[in-house]
Design a protein around this ligand. Structure first.
Ligand code: R5P
Length: 283
């Protein structure tokens, strides 16, 4: 098995190689004067199984991934790991005439196996022309949280869509979890509060799959602080953190942002390399 990394996932691919002992092949990337991208894999891999690791955070990352898959046409088998898949939130047709962008992209990726990590909706897996499996990074996030030795920690999902993340992050670690429930009190008033548990005096960690604009989490931080939470942390798998998201979170009073290295950012303190390394044993 050889590991080939795309430009968006160099650190993560390096960590996977270091952990698994599989060789990390060297590639070069450049752009032509007209802006077109160029990729060449410098080490040989003919007849071998290759695992390409590349998040598709922006459009040029997707082009790089397609180029790498094409460059690997002489490999014995091609595995593709997409730690963060952009466009995954466009997973259905919300209005007539719209493209299901996640499907459009997934259909371009042809490989023997595709691994994703906490993809926004697992229905997207069916669109790949490959055996596609989604991995869960929340147990490694949970372990990180446990080691912070917080005050009576409670993991909170900002909505019922993220309950699975909170549950899996706390599993086997003896941590409590809950989710925020919205109750309509009248035509124009709603109350949002943790469904089962009190946050007063506790350290709370809000968990979500993606933090993009930071809007969802900033509101949740304010709400939990108004309910008397001690310190409020936030954790996510994919730190997209577009525009002024980081500022919004700190202005809302976050103590710290915890994220994985599916996207390589300053807050990516938890590595998903062990999750990928373990899954590579089965492909
Ligand atoms: C939504 O379905 C996702 O799970 C996240 O809650 C959402 O993408 C976060 O977006 P933002 O940071 O822009 O509020």
């Amino acid at each position: 098995m050889k590991i080939i990394c795309g430009p968006a996932s160099q650190l993560l691919a390096g960590r996977v190689s270091e952990l698994t002992g599989y060789d990390l092949l060297l590639s070069e990337y450049k752009r032509f004067p007209d802006g077109e991208q160029y990729i060449r894999i410098l080490d040989s891999f003919e007849g071998e199984t290759v695992t390409i690791i590349q998040s598709t955070v922006n459009d040029s990352d997707l082009v790089s991934l397609l180029q790498l898959i094409d460059a690997c046409c002489d490999a014995f088998k091609i595995n593709v790991v997409i730690p963060y898949m952009g466009y995954a939130r466009q997973d259905k047709q919300f209005r007539k005439g719209e493209s299901i962008s996640a499907r459009a992209l997934a259909r371009t990726i042809k490989a023997d196996n595709v691994l994703t990590i906490n993809i926004h909706d697992t229905s997207i897996l069916d669109y790949f022309d490959a055996n596609a499996v989604n991995l869960d990074a929340t147990p490694v996030i949970g372990k990180y949280i446990k080691n912070l030795r917080l005050k009576d920690p409670l993991i909170i999902a900002p909505d019922d869509g993220a309950i699975g993340l909170a549950k899996n992050a706390s599993k086997d670690l003896g941590l409590d979890y809950d989710f925020l429930e919205k109750t309509r009190l009248s035509g124009d008033t709603v109350s949002i509060k943790p469904k089962h548990l009190e946050v007063k005096g506790r350290d709370v960690i809000i968990i979500d799959d993606i933090i993009s604009t930071g809007g969802t989490i900033a509101e949740t931080i304010l709400l939990l602080r108004s309910h008397g939470a001690h310190e409020v942390f936030t954790a996510c798998v994919h730190p997209v953190l577009s525009s002024n998201a980081v500022m919004k979170l700190f202005r809302a009073g976050v103590k710290s942002i915890i994220a994985t290295d599916t996207i390589d950012k300053g807050v990516s303190v938890v590595s998903v390399a062990p999750v990928i390394g373990e899954a590579m044993k089965n492909i």
